[in-house]
Design a protein around this ligand. Structure first.
Ligand code: CMX
Ligand code: CO
Length: 146
């Protein structure tokens, strides 16, 4: 079951300048930053609100660490903008299996590591009406996701 919008992933060329835009324009502050070498991104998570499932919704600002990464390739083709949406679930394995069973391509055999120790996988955008879709189970001990 998918229980929240976990985050919207936004691709940018310059993480610090984009963070500053979101701070100055909307007042959103950085909750967390990290580099995920496997995904080829440097990222900032801006927490927007907590959700009724014990999790939260974020904006995920993404700068590529290398040109041949998913975000690097996408930026070269499209420029900056919304790159993906992510749904939160208490059970990313079960959610991915269920969706795979409906004929949608799940990109990873097993979930990989995402922001803040979460477990993530992706659905192919060509099977999702043009939207790259991520599934996330948070690692947060304060969340209801155990
Ligand atoms: N949204 C919508 N469509 C997308 C897309 C996106 N973000 N990225 C690629 N596509 C489309 C392309 O436009 C292209 O369509 P056309 O054939 O009509 O031109 C098609 O998908 C293939 O794209 P591509 O540029 O050839 O790229 P690849 O096939 O090499 O990779 C994808 C596409 C989805 C498999 C790859 O981006 C991927 O593995 N993504 C998952 C990982 C990821 O995005 N990590 C970064 C975020 C990390 C995080 O959230 O923590
Ligand atoms: Co994401």
């Amino acid at each position: 079951m998918l229980t929240r919008i976990d985050h919207i992933g936004i691709a940018c060329f310059d993480l610090e300048r984009t963070v500053e835009f979101y701070r100055a324009t909307y007042g959103f502050e950085v909750f967390h930053t990290e580099v995920n070498e496997e995904q080829g991104v440097r990222e900032a998570m801006l927490k927007i609100n907590e959700t009724s499932d014990g999790g939260a919704s974020y904006l995920q600002l993404l700068e590529p660490t290398r040109e041949d990464s998913a975000v690097g390739k996408w930026l070269a083709k499209n420029g900056e903008g919304v790159h993906h949406i992510a749904f939160g679930t208490p059970d990313v394995d079960g959610a991915a299996d269920g969706i795979r069973g409906k004929g949608v391509r799940v990109l990873y055999d097993r979930p990989r590591t995402g922001s803040m120790g979460s477990r993530i996988t992706f659905l192919h955008p060509k099977d999702c009406h043009g939207v790259l879709t991520e599934l996330v189970t948070s690692a947060s001990p304060s969340s209801a996701e155990h």
